[in-house]
Unconditional design. Structure first.
Length: 337
């Protein structure tokens, strides 16, 4: 049995093929009664439009590409969920790529998305990818930067005030009487990492010159294993010179740090207080619930998708840079009873 065509739907609904096209692609251009007649005809004929052919004519895919730093991190899963929920309502598929914090993989995904002629790209960059993004935009693909503010301000972006987030973490540790704070995570080239460290430094400076120390230990990655490695390196210094607090630049690093501290017999928080970042679900359910700086992941993803959709529909849409405010969620890992 041959598949129904647009002309068949038009004949069944008693309208022109152009009206069927408007009902499918621009429903605001037809009356409610006409729209309902077209939809009824589509259901009766079991019509499925050839979206691939339509996109070929338009030379652009309705899909959106998204590149995240670490798909294994529940924070980025939340960001992707928020973006997908919003894009699904707009009938735009989401193609997800994971850079794994590697510049080469990031560039590979960008190339593949361009080859697929996606309408837009959401990206949480590893490093300075702005020159490549400029070329992509010039070729007609909309771009929105996620979890980092666009340095030159030329792309819309959605971010969290990571300077404030790092400051909140360090201020909390200082308020608990901690004076030697190690910030662990990395690589330092990731702007979120450098900003969170800078925020911790600012808290120590405001606390008073010489009264507290904040150091940075670059673990080269932001995962559980990196947290374990960072703690092993700190513990090798011996009891007298090791820090009395650790601020992990995300919760996966914090979970690895907690595992290694526990394995090494170092009480948390009695000997070493611990704070993470992102407030993923696992932070609250750890053996010692982890204090964390919360980011609104789902809301960030949804807002990024909205900005990207606006840029796709109107390349002259104003550039926007919404910045979300982080909050500290205190738990047992940083507070002695």
């Amino acid at each position: 049995m041959a598949s129904a065509q647009v002309r068949d739907v038009a004949a069944r609904a008693g309208v022109s093929p152009a009206t069927v096209s408007n009902a499918l692609n621009h429903p605001e251009k037809v009356s409610r009664a006409t729209y309902e007649r077209v939809q009824k005809a589509i259901e009766e004929l079991d019509y499925v439009r050839n979206d691939a052919a339509r996109q070929l004519r338009q030379r652009r895919n309705r899909a959106v590409g998204m590149i995240v730093l670490d798909v294994a991190n529940p924070f980025f899963a939340g960001v992707a969920q928020g973006a997908e929920d919003t894009l699904t309502e707009l009938k735009r598929p989401l193609l997800l790529g994971n850079s794994g914090q590697a510049r080469a993989r990031e560039l590979t995904h960008l190339r593949l998305f361009e080859e697929q002629r996606v309408s837009g790209i959401l990206i949480s960059p590893v490093g300075d990818v702005l020159p490549r993004l400029r070329r992509i935009k010039q070729r007609g693909t909309a771009v929105v930067i996620v979890d980092r503010k666009s340095g030159a301000g030329e792309f819309s972006s959605v971010s969290v005030d990571d300077l404030l987030g790092g400051q909140l973490a360090a201020e909390h540790l200082l308020a608990q009487g901690r004076r030697r704070i190690a910030v662990i995570g990395g690589p330092a080239t990731i702007r979120q990492v450098s900003h969170r460290y800078a925020g911790a430094q600012r808290a120590a400076e405001e606390f008073g010159t010489g009264r507290a120390q904040v150091e940075f230990l670059d673990t080269g990655a932001m995962n559980i294993d990196a947290g374990r490695r960072g703690i092993r390196e700190l513990l090798e210094r011996g009891n007298r010179s090791r820090p009395d607090a650790v601020f992990a630049t995300n919760d996966l690093v914090a979970l690895g740090a907690l595992q290694e501290l526990t394995r090494s017999g170092v009480p948390v928080p009695d000997d070493v207080a611990l704070v993470g970042y992102d407030d993923i679900e696992f932070a609250a359910s750890a053996t010692v619930p982890i204090t964390s700086v919360r980011q609104p992941a789902v809301e960030m993803g949804a807002r990024a998708a909205e900005l990207l959709t606006a840029a796709i529909e109107d390349p002259q849409a104003p550039v926007q840079h919404p910045v979300f405010t982080p909050t500290l969620v205190p738990r047992e890992s940083s507070q002695t009873t």
